[in-house]
Ligand binder design. Structure first.
Ligand code: SF4
Length: 183
């Protein structure tokens, strides 16, 4: 396992959050930390995420929280890049950990799912998009089946208190035990 980010007087922890195939609920739960976000803001630099206006995932990220399953070729490319630039990767929520909701399509196959969504259930101009959308992988997969994951934070979504506790541990230079029960 990678070493936990060390407490540094001069430098803040570089934190990123990534949204793959998820509903944004895990990010909403992160924001539910509420006033404790100000406490975190004193200790971290948020260098990437849905609320950050950056074009490319940065290098030398200390901790990245990943929401969602790996469902498309774009997700696959992104998570590999994120892993290569992150010291501690955290699977945030059940979609990242088990596939959860996105993986419900796995039993049917990509063609059947696209037909159902874009032809059978479309009342206006039914057509399957072939351009400008990421290509679906044959199955939606948990993040750890694709890249190494260091910490797992379960829940759909994980409770805000649990996310805060895990982040607090990481910021103190401790890696939470994935098997430990939080919350
Ligand atoms: S784990 Fe639940 S809340 Fe999080 S992205 Fe998946 S469905 Fe949404």
């Amino acid at each position: 396992m990678n070493a936990a980010p060390q407490s540094r007087a001069a430098a803040k922890i570089r934190l990123a959050t990534v949204w793959l195939d998820g509903c944004s609920g895990c990010h909403m739960s992160l924001l539910d930390i509420d006033e404790r976000l100000a406490e975190l803001a004193r200790k971290v630099d948020l260098v990437w995420g849905p609320l950050v206006d950056a074009k490319e995932f940065p290098k030398n990220v200390d901790v990245t929280l990943v929401e969602g399953a790996v469902s498309s070729d774009e997700d696959l490319h992104r998570i590999r890049l994120v892993r290569s630039r992150t010291r501690l990767l955290v699977s945030l929520g059940d979609c990242a950990i088990t596939g959860n909701v996105p993986a419900m399509r796995n039993a049917f196959g990509v063609d059947a799912v696209l037909r159902r969504a874009y032809l059978e259930n479309a009342s206006l101009d039914p057509q399957i998009p072939r351009e400008a959308v990421p290509r679906l992988l044959p199955t939606a997969r948990p993040v750890h089946e694709v890249v190494k994951v260091d910490v797992f934070v379960p829940g759909c979504p994980p409770p805000a208190d649990l996310i805060f506790r895990v982040l607090s541990e990481l910021l103190e230079g401790r890696v939470p035990n994935p098997a430990a029960k939080f919350g």
